[in-house]
Design a protein around this ligand. Structure first.
Ligand SMILES: [Zn+2]
Length: 436
């Protein structure tokens, strides 16, 4: 070993006793270390401690704890939420007395108290409140966000920040997400590798069940619940506004759904499933969160120290999927960058978008929210010739509203380019009309 060990041994308590085992990676070269990018000992430890990292989102407790215990000492965290009693079963940095307080504040104080020497700077608000200058200060961004909209925003912001003349402007984005027993972790090098927008179809919104399936032949317990929710309530309790937090309302829906399920011999309708379907809850499972957050933080450690190759480098496999709902299965593959990606692509290619000629502009606007490749909730639409519908300004909305009832075939031509913007994203989405 070239450099003196600065760790204390496991028997002698010292300032780095907590990191005894971690230091085994940092104080010596290993089979994966490259002499050009890895200097064992003091250099790498100090650089890890100096690495300013940023974390946010629903996996926050796990990520914050893991980063602090991995040797990062300057961590910034953003979260807009306050602590709810229902968070306490898995968000282990919070106690009953913290209910109502901001998550970012409480989590920061807790971790600082437990892991001495770590500085955690909380901000209680939205990631969108901060600008490029703010994100520029970090070595990397670790996100465990629970909203696709926030993911797309941070992704577009980081891609936009890259200046080819300034290598420091490229901030690796480590992104983790879970849904029940499933999850994924990925490393994105903005502009260089496949970005969140390239991967958008991997986060497709759950397909809505056609009304005819609900009304005629349900196949799944969820169909019976949706039937009770959409059809039965309307028939029997029209005068009452459904309150999904009212146990009496959920019980009524549950009983209706159960009766319908028995009629069609469909097992599986339960009270909690009714609550989940009606409130559109994706269950958060503590252990899945722990697995995905841990894998994200290991990538952060490797990125900061170069002790081992990180996800996506030098190999091209950049996307890890964890599937635990049917036995256990992990798969790591290369998600390729898309040339027509509106965020990291060439910016000149319009993506083909299928449009029914006879649908109204109103229907088209609504369909953009559900299309996996678009997922735009408040789109404004222009062609080279005219503004079809602009929602971003009240005046323009009034001026273009009359177009909503027109048919698409009367507004656009086959092959014509549409530019779609949405206030939620700093991106222009270009599409080419393909009539079907
Ligand atoms: Zn992209």
């Amino acid at each position: 070993m070239a450099e003196a060990t600065i760790t204390s041994s496991s028997t002698v308590a010292g300032p780095r006793a907590k990191w005894t085992y971690l230091d085994k990676f940092l104080n010596r070269t290993g089979p994966f270390t490259d002499p050009d990018s890895f200097q064992p000992g003091k250099t790498v430890i100090e650089s890890l401690e100096r690495s300013k990292v940023f974390g946010a989102g629903g996996l926050g407790c796990e990520i914050l704890k893991n980063l602090a215990l991995s040797g990062f000492k300057d961590i910034h965290v953003i979260d807009m939420d306050t602590i709810d009693v229902s968070n306490l079963n898995r968000q282990f940095l919070f106690r009953a007395a913290d209910v109502g307080s901001f998550k970012a504040d409480t989590a920061a104080r807790f971790v600082e108290k437990r892991v001495k020497g770590v500085k955690i700077t909380p901000y209680c608000g939205k990631i969108q409140d901060k600008d490029e200058a703010y994100y520029m200060q970090f070595a990397m961004i670790v996100c465990g966000l629970d909203s696709i909209e926030a993911r797309r925003w941070i992704n577009a912001t980081l891609v936009g920040m890259v200046d080819e003349q300034d290598p420091d402007s490229l901030k690796p984005l480590i992104d983790g997400g879970t849904e029940g027993f499933k999850g994924q972790a990925k490393v994105i090098l903005p502009t260089m590798t496949s970005c969140i927008e390239c991967q958008l179809d991997m986060h497709a919104p759950r397909a809505a069940v056609p009304l005819c399936t609900l009304a005629t032949i349900p196949r799944q317990p969820q169909h019976c619940i949706e039937w009770a929710h959409i059809i039965a309530w309307e028939e029997h309790r029209k005068e009452i506004t459904l309150d999904t937090d009212d146990p009496e309302h959920i019980t009524w829906l549950y009983q209706q759904a159960l009766a319908r399920a028995q009629e069609f011999n469909i097992p599986g309708v339960t009270y909690s499933m009714t609550q989940g379907v009606v409130k559109n809850i994706i269950p958060a499972i503590a252990s899945t969160n722990a697995i995905v957050a841990a894998s994200c933080c290991n990538e952060a450690f490797k990125l900061a120290t170069n002790t081992n190759p990180f996800l996506g480098f030098p190999e091209t496999d950049n996307y890890m999927m964890y599937t635990g709902d049917e036995s256990v299965y992990t798969y790591t593959f290369e998600h390729q960058k898309k040339d027509d990606c509106p965020v990291c692509g060439l910016g000149t290619i319009a993506r083909p978008l299928e449009v029914s000629p006879n649908m109204t502009l109103q229907d088209f606007v609504e369909s953009l929210a559900e299309k996996p490749e678009a997922q735009l909730k408040k789109p404004s639409i222009r062609t080279g010739e005219k503004s079809l519908y602009i929602q971003s300004l009240a005046d323009l909305e009034r001026q273009t509203r009359h177009n909503l009832e027109k048919k698409m075939v009367d507004l656009v031509e086959e092959g014509e380019e549409m530019v779609i913007t949405d206030k939620a994203f700093p991106t222009q989405f270009k599409y080419k009309v393909v009539f079907k």
